[in-house]
Each structure stands twice: as C-alpha cells, then as structure tokens.
Design a protein around this ligand. Structure first.
Ligand SMILES: [Fe+2]
Ligand SMILES: [Fe+2]
Length: 325
C-alpha cells in the first residue's frame, strides 16, 4: 500500500464506524461542494479543497514522499520532531527496517487549524440521545468558535516541516480512529449491560488497553457520581467528535434522560457542570482510548503485512495475534 491507500482506508473505516449515517455524511459533503461552487475565483484560491472529499477535517496527509510499498510504519499519539528524528535514526541504523511512514493520532498542521469542523458530529450524536438538535447545535457552535480561536496561535506546521526535511511521510488519523473506539466501547458496554456505575468501570477494565493504562496509573476512573449509583441511560457522547464539547450541555442531557456519560477526558469545568446535573461521569482514559481507536485501524494494516512500531504514548495491542498463532 502507498500513503494515499492507507489514508483512504482510514477515511472509509471512519465513515463505516461513524455514529451518523453514510447518507448524512455524503449530504454534508454535497453542501460543502455547493458552497464551494458559489465562491469567487479569489476565494477558491485559498479554499481547502480537501474538504470536498474528506469528511474529517482533522485527518490528513501532511507529507507524502511518494513511497510505493509501505512495509514498516511508526505510530504515535503525539508525534513530534524528536519522534521523527528517532524514526530517521532507526532507519539509518538498520536500513532493512526502514520506517516508510509515520502516523500520528492527534491533529497537526491543517488538521489542527480545522479541528472545530469535526465537532458538528457531537451535535448529531447528542440528538440521537434525545437532546433537541437546535439546542445541541447552538451550544456546539459557541464551543466550536472557542476551539477555533484556541488553536489559532499554535505553530501547527512545525512538525510537518521536520518530516519534510527528514523525507519522512507523515499523516494523522484523528476522528476516524475516535469513531472506532467509540463504537467499540459502546458495543462492549451494551453487551455487558451494567446496572451500577461500578459495573461500567469493571467492564472497561476488561479491555486490554485500559488494563495496561491502569497499571500505569491512568486507568478508567469516576469523575462524578458514585460506584453504587444506578447507571440509567448511558451516553457515548464524549469519545469522538474532535475535543470537549460545551459544558452547558449536561443539564440538557439530564433533561433528555441521560444518567451516565462515558468520556475520554473532561476538564474541571465540564466535570462541575455534569455533577450539578446529577450525571455520573466515567472517564475511560485519554491516551488509552486513543490507543484503542488507533489499534483497531492498525490491525487492518498489520493484516496486510505492514510492520508497526509504536511510539509517543501509543499502547499497542493487536487483536490479530490470536488468529496468527
Ligand atoms: Fe482521539
Ligand atoms: Fe485524544
């Protein structure tokens, strides 16, 4: 596979595991195209045409050195210039094990400046749990503009410059991987049917990445509520969709009948608002959840014979191993 084919597979798997329907995603792309067609020549010159085909603005190819057959990749959660130097060092040291591509999880470059775009997904997921779409959209809009202002001053192309200088292909896969972990965790919890909040924690700990994280001191943890509380309706609204949504959403979620939220991570402000709304918040874990999403995708590449070197916090666990032996 080449870089483009790996990237295409990531987008496809992201759409397949998206909480929104494929038709909804295609409709959104069509709306972008219609808006693009109406732009002036000058506006089109600065328009990011990637948005015409890729529904995940936080997932991109940053540098492709044109390599045709990728045999080995380095994958991390927060790849930086130092990690790229390690990739180049290892490749020079052992040319038979050259790293042909580096895959990062979190957005960098244009994927970071456009992080806000994927957050619309959260409004759709919230509406599936009974929060009226007008409320979800309006709160999300405010939060999206806040996130856009927040990422605005960041030197987001720094690591991409390094990749170019080291001639290392670099892509990042964010929301498609987060969609994978969101569906995976949802399926597991819904299968286990927890009655109490403590049962949710137990169920999560059965997932290898969370168990590994627990050993490292950042396993699943309860941020609000109590283990003896009944779970009520469980929402999986804080695993995919860019980053933290609006802290004002919790009272609306409670009104929609949600009792427990399973989240990747949560700020103190969000936690306080959830507590006020009597919602139990189970924090599954940030880097561990991101690892699950990446692992589920990496397993597909591994099946195609690509070797994986984990770096930058990725807790690698292959679900292919059993089949191999
Ligand atoms: Fe993530
Ligand atoms: Fe993350």
């Amino acid at each position: 596979m080449n870089v483009g084919q790996i990237f295409k597979l990531a987008i496809e798997i992201g759409v397949k595991n998206d909480f929104r329907s494929k038709m909804h995603i295609q409709k959104q792309l069509k709306r972008v195209k219609d808006k693009y067609d109406k732009l002036t020549k000058e506006q089109k010159e600065v328009f990011d045409t990637e948005k015409l085909t890729n529904p995940y603005s936080d997932t991109r190819i940053h540098f492709d050195n044109g390599i045709d057959k990728i045999k080995k990749i380095m994958v991390g959660i927060d790849i930086d210039s130092a990690d790229l130097m390690v990739a180049r060092y290892l490749s020079n040291h052992n040319p038979k094990e050259t790293i042909d591509l580096v895959i990062n999880h979190h957005p960098i470059g244009r994927a970071l400046t456009d992080l806000g775009d994927v957050m619309h997904l959260q409004a759709d997921v919230l509406s599936q749990y009974g929060v009226p779409i007008n409320i979800a959209e309006s709160l999300m809009k405010l939060r999206i503009s806040e996130v856009s202002r927040g990422v605005n001053p960041i030197n987001s192309f720094k690591v991409i410059d390094t990749a170019r200088m080291l001639d290392l292909s670099l892509i990042n896969i964010h929301t498609p991987a987060d969609n994978l972990v969101a569906q995976f965790v949802k399926k597991k919890i819904e299968k286990d049917k927890p009655e109490y909040v403590g049962d949710v924690l137990k169920s999560l700990l059965e997932i290898p990445e969370y168990k590994e994280a627990a050993k490292m001191g950042f396993g699943p943890v309860l941020f609000t509520g109590a283990e003896d509380n009944r779970v009520g309706k469980i929402a999986f609204t804080e695993i995919t969709g860019g980053t933290d949504g609006s802290p004002k959403i919790y009272e609306k979620m409670a009104a929609a009948g949600i009792g427990t939220v399973i989240s990747m991570h949560q700020s103190e402000e969000h936690r306080k608002e959830a507590e006020k709304a009597h919602i139990n918040v189970v924090i599954a874990g940030h880097i561990s959840s991101d690892s699950i999403g990446m692992n589920l995708f990496l397993d597909l590449l591994e099946k195609k014979g690509i070797k994986i070197l984990s770096a930058s916090g990725l807790i690698r666990h292959s679900r292919n191993k059993k089949q191999k032996k």
